[in-house]
Design a protein around this ligand. Structure first.
Ligand code: IMP
Length: 432
């Protein structure tokens, strides 16, 4: 059966968690390949609420191997807390079920301090990061001064690296950002303690993947954030510091491109954004509030209110190309119930010119106005729909327009938060 990649097609928060959870039923191995604990999703299973930031939610299923790939930046304190919470809820977490790449970079206390101090210093110009130290950690990785998970098991290497790094970070924090210096001994002690607890979970994820591939296991690659937050292809600089696009699954998990067989793009039926950055279809009126309230659009990592707007098909078309999407999973269609008229953005206009895709220039993008197609809304409760034919005609037309404009077929439509509130058109794991 084909290995499947799940990616966000917008600015994150598309509801990937539910889609990943559904597809995990068919997977043997679930691997994350980028990002860190800037991601987050909540699952309620048998009345128990679980919030995941780092560990694939596949851990809730018996017999699935969950892997955290080298492409991630990992806050060891958060990972351990997540493991502890799962254990408390009666979920076994051991190296047989969960492993972390030795090569994943570690978010250190100074990364978080720099992230927060830098955002504070930027004031109105801030990016609106999650403040988790993601960017500064990826910076150190690229600068080749990062600390990798394996370093936590080698006290001498770790001490040397922390010493060298902190000299620079403390200078930057104090002299440039008006922040506090960090104590080298404390940082070392804390990090070594994490290393002791995590050492048995460290592995070569690429080798584990090779083994799984040899044994014809089904692999699910779980993307975080979204295509338009991608550091290369997103609305730079209002992006995250990794590559959420599907192609990054190879580098971030240690497999070749031939191992990715089906890419599912998760699309929220409307658009949301947390943090700053231009947003062409943003609704700042009552309709935006309606969507925000019905969709409970608050970030699960930071609790911030998400900005809401109409579905942007230009963004989706870009995502279809950038990820090589094979199918779309539409989420939260039920949230749009009750609106008389719906709009979808089918193009951008800039100074009287129609643009074929989102421009790279952010100032140009900020000046774009949306070209809308208007569609009829529906009033019926659609949460009981289990096949497309159960949906009102207006909802089916809405889905048809999405397929037609993106050129990508639908595989899944979600009509409510529960697992069963789903129209499974064609399970990606069953496609050839
Ligand atoms: P960072 O990833 O914390 O550096 O944040 C950079 C930008 O990405 C900010 O606009 C964040 O709000 C956004 N971001 C990061 N992770 C997520 C996510 O999982 N969902 C939605 N937005 C995110």
């Amino acid at each position: 059966m084909p290995n499947t990649v799940v990616v966000g097609t917008q600015w994150g928060d598309e509801g990937k968690g539910k889609i990943v959870d559904l597809l995990t039923a068919e997977a043997d191995v679930v691997v994350r390949y980028q990002g860190g604990n800037n991601a987050g999703h909540t699952l309620v299973v048998e009345g128990k609420k679980f919030i995941f930031h780092l560990i694939p939610s596949g851990i809730l299923y018996e017999g699935k191997k969950c892997l955290i790939g080298n492409g991630l930046v990992v806050d060891p304190g958060i990972l351990l807390k997540e493991m502890e919470n799962l254990e408390k809820a009666g979920i076994r977490v051991d190296p047989e079920r969960l492993a972390l790449s030795e090569k994943a970079h570690v978010i250190m206390p100074y990364h978080k301090a720099v992230d927060l101090a830098r955002e504070a210093a930027k004031g109105k110009e801030k990016i609106g990061t999650t403040g988790r130290g993601i960017g500064p950690c990826y910076e150190d990785k690229a600068a080749r001064i990062g600390i990798r998970a394996i370093d936590l098991t080698e006290p001498e290497t770790l001490e040397k690296k922390i010493k060298a790094c902190l000299k620079e970070k403390n200078f930057y924090l104090q002299q440039f950002l008006d922040g506090q210096a960090l104590d080298e001994k404390e940082v070392l002690k804390e990090t070594l303690a994490y290393g002791k607890k995590l050492s048995s979970f460290l592995t070569d994820v690429s080798l584990e993947m090779e083994e799984a591939l040899k044994r014809k296991k089904n692999i699910l690659f779980e993307g975080a954030q979204g295509t338009h937050l991608d550091i290369d292809h997103g609305t730079y600089p209002f992006v995250t510091s990794s590559n959420p696009v599907a192609g990054a699954a190879c580098a971030g998990a240690g497999v070749g491109p031939g191992q990715l067989h089906h890419v599912v793009g998760v699309v929220k039926a409307y658009t949301t954004r947390v943090g700053a950055g231009p947003f062409v279809t943003e609704l700042t009126d009552g309709t935006g509030d309606y969507i925000q309230e019905r969709g409970k659009e608050f970030g699960s990592t930071t609790g911030r209110r998400r900005r809401c707007g109409w579905l942007d098909l230009v963004v989706l078309k870009d995502s279809a190309r950038l990820n090589g999407l094979n199918s779309l999973a539409i989420t939260k269609l039920d949230v749009l119930t009750g609106l008389d008229t719906l709009r979808v953005c089918v193009g951008y206009e800039w100074k009287g010119q129609r643009l074929p895709s989102r421009p790279a220039s952010l100032s140009k993008f900020a000046e774009c106005t949306p070209v809308y197609q208007e569609l009829h809304g529906w009033q019926e409760d659609i949460s009981g729909a289990r096949q497309l034919a159960d949906l009102p005609a207006q909802a089916r037309t809405y889905l048809d327009v999405i397929q037609e404009k993106t050129g990508v077929p639908l595989s899944i439509v979600s009509v409510g938060p529960a697992r069963k509130e789903t129209i499974m058109i064609k399970n990606p794991f069953h496609s050839s």
